[in-house]
Design a protein around this ligand. Structure first.
Ligand SMILES: Cc1cc2nc3c(=O)[nH]c(=O)nc-3n(C[C@H](O)[C@H](O)[C@H](O)COP(=O)(O)OP(=O)(O)OC[C@H]3O[C@@H](n4cnc5c(N)ncnc54)[C@H](O)[C@@H]3O)c2cc1C
Length: 343
């Protein structure tokens, strides 16, 4: 059964079946409501229901308290419409109003970047360019309805082939397949571009970029966008990994041709064989050591949820305005992320 969802106060509306989350229905209609993890944990899609009834397939999501739910708050990535619904939420406008699309693609090339990281190069159908903003991500749609998020590492001006950096997750459904069975010419389906983590061209402020592990992927897209397609801009990039092997792109430190670019690698547990004489510790702490006052900067960061959580708190405490902090937390897909409309 299908219901009508109305966004307040804009009056924008779309249809949602009882089987799909309100967020999934919105995205399917090209309406980009705020969201991130799609697993009911990050609260990015929290919104107030002001009319009609919703239900959750597996009970209240853990991130939502019973009091909040009674007060009308809902997590749209998990909530299903049980009647026509009115919800206070505003669609996000991305510059150029880029359309979210589902596309088939072919594995063009696979390249091992380190023991645990594989670069996947995906060839898209040739008929229409895949538009996105530097830093955004796409979801890989698995055959059983699950989806997995990966950031584009290539920049928008070089988008014939998408580059993803996939870190192997022990026991992970998709990443184990990538490392075990995937081969060149395999077919995949993606949905994108997604996310609000993208380079703000209009800002004239110097930027600090912080990546943990494969958080480097969206940062690489931004760096290539800034230095190959725009006016050079002051960027100081901090890349953190456990050991030297985790800094899997050896070229980034050698970008002497990028005017205004500084690079600081940081290792948390260098291996004895690394011969490391550089910075050690948590990557975001290295930022403070260099720049105790963050108020003049825009900060872009991507990586594991623990790093993002700690850095968010510490950076704002160091004078960074919250609206100058842009981030993607690489949360992993929760079971609740499955959506029949993805099949
Ligand atoms: C917006 C966004 C962008 C992302 N971009 C990238 C990217 O560019 N490169 C990249 O490598 N990853 C990225 N991720 C993380 C990536 O989506 C997950 O690691 C991926 O979904 C794992 O899929 P899987 O099927 O292999 O594991 P699953 O089958 O989902 O996981 C199996 C188990 O492993 C654990 N697990 C899963 N993922 C992680 C993790 N990341 N860390 C710790 N434990 C985990 C969980 O306990 C889970 O139950 C991104 C995530 C988001 C939300």
């Amino acid at each position: 059964m299908t219901h009508n969802i109305t966004l307040k106060p804009s009056g924008q509306n779309f249809a949602a079946s009882e089987e799909e989350s309100i967020l999934a229905a919105a995205l399917r209609h090209g309406i980009n409501l705020p969201h991130s993890c799609r697993g009911g944990s990050c609260l990015s899609c929290r919104a107030r229901v002001v009319g009609g009834e919703i239900r959750y397939r597996d009970g209240l999501p853990p991130a939502l308290t019973a009091e909040e739910a009674a007060d009308g708050w809902a997590l749209l990535c998990q909530a299903r419409a049980a009647s026509d619904v009115a919800v206070e939420a505003a669609a996000l406008e991305t510059p150029g109003n880029i359309r979210i699309r589902r596309l088939p693609c072919r594995v063009h090339k696979m390249q091992r970047l380190s023991e645990d990281v594989m670069a996947l190069f995906l060839k898209l159908p040739g008929f229409e360019p895949f538009e996105f903003l530097a830093g955004q991500y796409a979801d890989i749609l698995l055959a059983d309805g699950r989806r997995r998020s990966f950031s584009m590492a290539n920049p928008p001006h070089d988008a014939q082939i998408l580059e993803l950096h996939v870190r192997r997750v022990e026991g992970g459904a998709f990443t184990s397949h990538v490392f075990g069975h995937m081969k060149e010419r395999d077919l995949l389906r993606i949905e994108g571009p997604l996310g609000q983590f993208y380079w703000r061209d209009e800002s004239g402020r110097p930027a600090i970029m912080v990546a943990g592990g494969t958080g480097y992927a969206p940062i690489k897209s931004m760096l290539r966008h800034v230095y190959e397609d725009r006016q050079p801009h002051p960027v100081h990039f901090y890349w953190g990994a456990r050991d030297l092997a985790g800094l899997y792109d050896k070229d980034v430190g050698a970008r002497h041709d990028w005017s205004g670019f500084a690079f600081t690698p940081v290792l948390s547990e260098p291996a004895p064989g690394d011969g490391w004489r550089g910075r050690t510790g948590m990557v975001h702490r290295a930022v403070f050591e260099d720049k105790p006052d963050l108020s003049p900067f825009d900060v872009y960061m991507a990586g594991p949820p623990g790093m993002i959580e700690a850095a968010r708190k510490d950076f704002v405490a160091a004078g960074l305005a919250p609206d100058r902090l842009f981030f993607d937390s690489f949360d992993y897909a929760a079971d609740g992320r499955e959506d029949p409309s993805d099949r």
